[in-house]
Design a protein around this ligand. Sequence first.
Ligand code: GLA
Length: 361
Amino acid sequence: MKNPLYFLLPFVFLFSCQISKAQGLKDHFENDFYIGAALNMRQVNGSEKGADSLLLLHFSSITSENGLKWGPVHPKEGEYRFDFGDAFVEMGEKIDAFIVGHTLVWHQQTPDWVFKDSEGKFLDRENLLNRMENHISTLVGRYKGRIDAWDVVNEAFEEDGSWRKSHWYNLIGEDFIERAFRKAHEVDPEVQLIYNDYNVWKPEKRKAILDMAKTLKAKGVRIDGIGMQGHYRLNFPSLDLIEQAILDIHEAGFEVHITELDVDVLPRPSDVEGADLSLNFAESEEWNPYKEGISPVVEQELVDRYTSLFALFKKYGDKISRVTFWGLHDGSSWLNNWPVRGRTNYPLLFDREKGLKGRFW
Ligand code: GLA
């Protein structure tokens, strides 16, 4: 006999379409990984119109873009500025996000005084360790139980897998990494701890990172995940290279975090990959081809690139914990100023008006 409620079916169908329309990126990948964005001050304190509703709809994780780096948060000895950090954490709690602090120890955006004594001479190992550990205690301690994960050390290796000869390495030695992770764990035993770097798709660089991380783990040091920054281009690196990196990190016993995803659509004056911030070319028309708007062909290439990247990430949803975009929308991307200053770039999934570029889920 025909069910008397059959006549309701079209209404049920229409209603479920409404619900799925309201679903964001984060809902689609809910069973796979968090979807994150790196945020700036205007986005966390509510002064950028529409930022909070975009976050609420599409994102389940946030990362501090610049505001918790040493320079902005601890500009002078004994002077901390927590206005960004406090607003950032509050925003994360408001939208119930997985909150990531970036970053405790890095060779960039760290003021010179950190490495020197009052006479301008480089510190010795013990004094620099002391300074590093105090900084870590202060930051991790302040947001204990509120920040869910920290990028503890950023970019300690060169492209060929050798140690980056940073002041941290030169003045302390290799174990600055171990000491940083140990301190962060001691201060907040619950917080997840990540090592983060760019071009992890390069086998020789990845090997050095994983050897370091496995050695620490074998010594009982907490290290949960490896962050692959994910500053990619339209055709490079290949999906195969990225896939191998995901598999190797997992095989070594660590969670995979895609920490700083963006896809540069502009030409580059030199053959650089990754995110070496020391590159800095002057603005020029020649390198700024889409000043008045991106061509539909290139925009489609961008959407296609994201479609295949996310298909790969979804395939390894059991190994990847988080996929974070480095910026909320094109207007707030660092790629408008790197490696050439003052360009108009389109590297993210949301445009300058916060519109979604293509629906690939
Ligand atoms: C690196 C750093 C980030 C950010 C980007 C570019 O990837 O980890 O903090 O500075 O470069 O802005």
